[in-house]
Design a protein around this ligand. Structure first.
Ligand code: ZN
Length: 393
């Protein structure tokens, strides 16, 4: 009966508001099938009827749209030294958000307890349909677990989905750079995009042909632990992953804190590095420019291999703006073929601190409203919709 209603719902997620006739045209389905599917989606409260569409035979016909406030998605974007938690609507927009400072290396129990507290504080009686959790480490996406994360002590293979199981909604665990890449791609409507997250560590998310490139195990895009061009095999600096000569060991927040301390500055966190750059501290500016060049060398390799249209940088170090960007641009344009950089845009994210939670909400909604998953969802929420019956105009 409800089979493939997900296909019709996907049209609303992609196109926004649609009339019955537009659904028929876009889907290629018959009018009676479309009526049946719109009816099922409307009964479940997944679409709402909006008055005042195009006129057919003198009578105004209805338009429909995704009912984005039908339920909410809980999201937590966990970074190395804190997290942003949010309640998002079904279109991925954060309705309310909050942040907390906590070190991820304290382990899953203290961090996830704080996330739970934040969720309870943010919820306002809404029905929760999904939970998205972003982590700063490699994620085996199918299993929803982090695997051998360099900075996440105690998190290796921890069952994050199991932790949130009492909330009774599907849980998606995603790498933080991937979730930001999806937010940038969907909100800015850019495809073929590389998202760099530069905070305490360095990660990258790749969205090409509207899909995240995960690779076989979900480990794709770990640019922070590729070899820095500046490192030579004899004396590569030690990285927190156990290797030497990684990009992170030269260009990340933790590497800059190390270098500034060696230079006699009192810097305890990445915010301190950004503050020094804003004060035009010459040593800090020189180091961040150099970090930009090292990042640029690493990204230039990706540009040559993948030919992205956009490179967007987020994370706390992105607040250094041009000081960081100029080095990235310099190396990317120097080292890439002109065709690969002809229309390339390199910039800083303007989504701010909600970039991660926005992407997590979108990825979670993708999963729960996928054509293959929608029947399960409709079973779960059956009869819960408060909307009156659908007119058959
Ligand atoms: Zn490393």
């Amino acid at each position: 009966m409800r089979t493939h209603v997900g296909e019709v719902l996907a049209l609303f997620r992609e196109h926004g508001e649609l009339s019955r006739t537009e659904v028929i045209d876009l889907s290629g389905l018959s009018r009676s099938t479309v009526n049946q599917r719109l009816g099922a989606l409307h009964d479940a409260g997944l679409i709402t009827e909006i008055g005042g569409g195009e006129s057919t035979g003198g009578r105004p016909s209805s338009r429909f749209a995704l009912n984005r406030s039908r339920a909410v998605i809980l999201t937590a974007d966990i970074g190395a030294t804190g997290f942003v938690a949010a309640v998002c609507d079904l279109a991925g927009e954060p309705l309310r958000h909050t942040s907390r400072a906590v070190n991820v290396w304290e382990g899953p129990h203290p961090v996830l307890s704080l996330v739970d507290e934040a969720f309870d504080e943010l919820l306002d009686g809404e029905e929760v349909w999904g939970i998205g959790v972003g982590v700063p480490g490699p994620v085996e996406f199918a299993a929803g677990r982090v695997v051998n994360p360099p900075i996440m002590t105690g998190w290796d293979r921890f069952d994050i989905a199991g932790w949130f199981a009492p909330r009774g909604a599907p849980v998606v665990v995603e790498n933080d750079a991937n979730s930001r890449a999806v937010a940038e791609a969907r909100v800015r409507r850019h495809d073929n995009l590389i998202s760099l997250k530069v905070g305490t560590g360095i990660g990258s998310g790749l969205v090409f042909n509207n899909s995240i490139i995960r690779g076989g195990e979900g480990a794709a895009g770990d640019i922070g632990h590729t070899r820095a061009a500046i490192a030579d095999s004899a004396d590569g600096l030690p990285c927190r992953c156990g290797n030497t000569g990684c990009v992170e060991a030269y260009a990340s927040g933790w590497a800059l804190i190390r270098d500034l301390e060696l230079d006699g500055r009192e810097v305890v966190d990445v915010a301190g590095v950004v503050a020094l750059v804003r004060q035009a501290d010459l040593g800090a500016v020189r180091l961040v420019r150099q970090a930009g060049r090292i990042l640029g060398d690493a990204v230039a390799d990706l540009v040559s291999i993948l030919n992205p249209e956009t490179i967007v940088i987020s994370g706390q170090l992105a607040e250094c703006g041009e000081v960081l960007l100029s080095g990235v641009r310099e190396r990317v344009y120097q080292r890439s073929q002109p065709l690969a950089t002809r229309n390339l845009v390199i910039g800083v994210s303007d989504l701010g601190e909600v970039a991660g939670v926005t992407g997590l909400a979108l990825i979670t909604v993708d999963r729960i409203l996928a054509t293959a998953a929608i029947d399960d969802l409709l079973e779960r929420v059956d009869g819960a919709a408060a909307e009156p019956g659908l007119s058959r105009a």
